[in-house]
Write a protein of this length. Structure first.
Length: 102
């Protein structure tokens, strides 16, 4: 019964059916506190929230670049390239390139 309750809660949007469940596992109104009250849920996955947030930030950044006619005003609000390289483990990529791309 708990699983049916969870499925109903997860899919209760505009149509009240199970269609599209795989793309609607965490609707806006279903936060972790509410899920805990439903019971027997050990994990919530916020699958595409990071990429959606990144895309939103990129759109805003490019809007500013276009509006300002250049990148001069966005540098204070974005990560430096060195931090991007650290996140990507670029030192490992460079080591692999030196080893395998002869």
């Amino acid at each position: 019964m708990q699983k049916k309750t969870l499925l109903a809660a997860l899919t209760r949007r505009r149509t009240n059916n199970l269609k599209g469940l795989s793309t609607t596992l965490t609707p806006d109104h279903l936060d972790s506190k509410r899920v805990k009250t439903l019971g027997s849920v050990s994990m919530m996955i916020y699958g595409n929230c990071g990429i959606r947030a990144a895309a939103t930030a990129m759109q805003e950044t490019f809007r500013r670049i276009i509006a300002d006619g250049g990148v001069q005003n966005v540098y204070k609000d974005i990560l430096p390239a060195d931090e991007i390289f650290r996140i990507q483990n670029m030192h490992e990529v460079k080591a692999a390139e030196a080893r395998f791309l002869r």
